[in-house]
Structure formats: C-alpha cells, structure tokens
Design a protein around this ligand. Structure first.
Ligand SMILES: [Zn+2]
Length: 443
C-alpha cells in the first residue's frame, strides 16, 4: 500500500462517534424519559443538534410507540394539580404542570398530551390546555348544546395527518374536541375541529332506552380509543356500551356480552364491587374488562364472516388478590380495596390500591404489573397523563444542583452548559429540573 493510499484511507476512516447516523441509531434506544434527551443534548453541540432534529425525534417516538406515563391530573377546588409518578431525575415537579381555573370547572380527560376542562358557568365553555407548552385554547360549546344537557364524556384528540405520526408530542398539531352529551331523552355527539375553528354540522343523536333514564343508572370510567370515545352504561339487568366514532361519524349503543348484562348488579356497580372498562384490541376492535371484586374477565368483540358482531370470552380469570398479594377475604371486606383509574397510552390498565393509594400499571392479558413510584392524590379521581417530555425544550428552565448552586439553562445556553454538566456528572451530582415560572392564574 502506497503512502498516498494510506493517507486517503486514514482520512476516510472516522470514529463511530463522528458518524451521525450511528450515534442517532444508538441514542433513539434511550428510554423515553424526560431526562434522557436532555442529558444527551448537554454532551456537545453536535449531539444537541442531532437529538433536537425533527427527523431524530420522529424516529425516537416511532421506536417507543407510546409516551411514558409521567403523572396524573386531578381537580382540587379551583386548581388542576399534577401528581408526578416518575423517580428523579425524571420526576416532573407538580408546580411545572399546574393551572388555576374558575370555580365549577371539571377536568374531563387528557389523552394525546392535551387536557380538556369544562366550565358549566361562564358561558359554558371548554378549555384546551397543553401543559408542556402552556398554551391555552378556549372553545365555545356547540351551538346546538342546550344548557339542560350534561357532558357525559369528552376528550381533545390529536388530528395530525402526518404519515407514521406517534401521539405524545402533538404540541403544534391540529386537534379535535369530541363530546357525548345527554338530556333526559337522547345522547348527542359533537366534534370540533381546530383547523376549521368550528363544530361540525353533522349532528348525531340516539334515543335513550327506558332504563337509561333512571336516576341510578351507572357509568364506568370513560375511555378514549383510536377513533372513538366510549363508556359502559349500567342499569338494573341491562347495560350498553355507548360509542361515538368520530371518524365514521357514528353514535351507537353496543350490546355487551349477555352474561355480563344478566349478572349485573347495579348496587355492586355503584360501590365498585363490579367495575367495567372498554379498551381497544390489537386488531382495532373492542375489549371489555369486567372486574368483580378481585376477579377479572376479559371479553373481545369480533365479527364473523357475515359482519355480525360477537363477544368472545378472551380470558376467563385473573385473580387480582393473588396478583397483588393482597391476602384479603372478600367476605370480610367493608370496602372494595381496588379501583380502576383508566388506561395509559399503551392500553395498560391503571389500578389503584385505595388504602395505600399506590398505583399499579397492569397488563391484564399477560398478568404482568408494575408498581409506580408515586401515589394517587385523591380518592376517586385522577386522569393519567402521558407525554414525550423533554425539559427546557419549550421553556427556559432552571437546573438546580444540590439545592445550593443554581444555573440557568435555555435552548440558547445549552452549549455553554455542556462544560458545567460534564463537571457535575464527573462529580456524581444528582440534579433535578424544575420550571422557572408560575403558570397562568386563570382563564
Ligand atoms: Zn398526535
């Protein structure tokens, strides 16, 4: 090999760390936790640019599919409070996601990283809150919404049309507000588009069945699935799943498994000895989870060759008493110890142990579960919130070191912070991130 060839070969050989594609392929395997990309961005300016690029973030989200559950939102008088569920340094302080609202506000749901708040007074308006960016968007109620109606279920859902889009970082994407409301006679479905800035003209309605007009009719935890919102409605010896599919523009009652309807005891439903939750299956169909005290039955709704729907008992039993090692005798119980809170973005069921307020993320299909680090703030509420969140991406924030020295960090200062970060990491300092400003006081 000549000297010139050797020189050329040396020039073309680069360290793997100098190859952006190799570095990006490795970095996208990092956990989808708040501190992951921030730590990486502090290594050097090139890595900061790499992990900030739209292309990398798309690959990162596509690899993880579902954003991590970072905490719960709940109402406390005139404030929406956030309860973090991750350990430091990924723990997002409660003050970072906090919003003061007007009296008589109701927190409806928070899928796809946006929170929907309803206020019955003050012109009956809706508020869409994006906690990560702090953006607020007021939406008037549908023109045909009558003050005598009640909002049964509503959600703000992402309306991105980007190919391969993964929900969880939908901050600038268009959204839809989808709603099911009711008066004493009918259910009504409404859909609002942020792009059109208006509610759709198609008004959907379905007449209530006689048992649905009874005052003691019970409603399960609400679910937001792929293209629909739904809930389980229980009456005495009768039940229905109410589903609003905004993509197909349908509002319908679906019959639950006949065994479930026949064995339904409304008193058990109200005191949570029987709990129901609807979720979507891998094939896009519906799954009904029925929890009777500690026993879980899972039903899947399938279609035969003629397109007729049929419920199949997909999994007969899961014993939550054994699964959580509760060692409780049902006959001795004065109150049901477990409460279903809802679903995370990956379709796992969130179960709260009432006495300890500990929360478990349960994959009921495989009977695997994980205990989350925090506790649920309130007795009977709490909306799970999942997001691909990176501190400092949207706001200036403060990096606090051992409660003594405080450094300001922003998108512009991040390169200068690399040197400080390296020193901190070398000295094995623990650090945490928290927001540098207070949220707005009202809306
Ligand atoms: Zn989205």
């Amino acid at each position: 090999m000549s000297e010139d060839d050797e020189t050329t070969r040396s020039a073309t050989l680069v360290s793997p760390l100098e190859n952006d594609d190799l570095v990006a392929n490795s970095l996208r395997l990092l956990p989808a936790l708040p501190s992951s990309l921030l730590h990486v961005s502090l290594v050097c300016k090139r890595w900061y640019r790499l992990v900030s690029s739209h292309h990398f973030l798309r690959q990162f989200r596509a690899h993880h599919r579902n954003p991590p559950l970072v905490g719960f939102f709940s109402m406390e008088w005139k404030r929406i409070i956030f309860t973090p569920m991750l350990d430091p340094p990924d723990r997002i302080p409660a003050s970072r996601f906090s919003l003061q609202v007007l009296p008589c506000s109701t927190l409806l749901s928070c899928p796809h990283g946006r929170v929907l708040i309803y206020n019955q007074l003050h012109k009956q308006r809706l508020l869409v809150w994006e906690p990560v960016t702090g953006e607020l968007c007021r939406v008037s109620m549908p023109p045909s919404f009558h003050p005598t109606m009640i909002v049964v279920h509503a959600a703000v859902v992402c309306a991105s049309t980007e190919q391969g889009h993964i929900h969880g970082s939908c901050h600038s994407d268009p959204f839809q507000v989808v709603m099911v409301a009711s008066d004493r006679e009918q259910f009504y479905a409404f859909a609002y588009s942020s792009q059109a800035g208006a509610w759709g003209n198609n008004s959907l309605s379905v007449k209530l069945l006689p048992y649905m007009k009874e005052d003691d009719c019970g409603i399960s935890r609400r679910s937001t699935l792929g293209n629909s919102i739904c809930f389980f409605l229980a009456g005495e010896k009768a039940a229905a799943i109410v589903e609003f599919d905004w993509a197909r523009q349908t509002l319908a009652f679906l019959d639950p498994p006949s065994e479930v309807s026949q064995q339904l005891n409304l008193l058990d439903f109200h005191d949570e000895r029987c709990q129901c939750l609807v979720k979507s299956s891998d094939s896009g169909g519906l799954i009904l989870i029925v929890v009777k005290l500690f026993t879980v039955h899972i039903w899947e709704r399938t279609f035969n060759a003629d397109g007729v729907a049929k419920w199949m008992l997909w999994k007969n039993t899961t014993d939550l008493n054994n699964l959580f090692s509760l060692r409780m005798v049902p006959e001795d119980l004065t109150a049901v110890p477990l409460s279903i809170l809802g679903l995370d973005e990956g379709g796992n069921v969130l179960v709260k142990q009432k006495e300890s307020r500990a929360i478990f993320l349960v994959d009921l299909e495989s009977s695997k579960f994980k205990k989350l680090s925090g506790t649920c703030p309130v007795i009977n509420d709490g909306h799970p919130f999942s997001t691909f969140y990176t501190p400092g991406k949207y706001h200036t924030c403060i990096l606090q070191l051992e409660q003594k020295r405080i450094y300001l960090i922003s998108r512009l200062l991040v390169y200068r912070m690399a040197f400080i970060s390296e020193k901190m990491i070398n000295k094995n300092f623990e650090f945490e991130l928290f927001r540098s400003f207070r949220c707005r006081t009202d809306y």
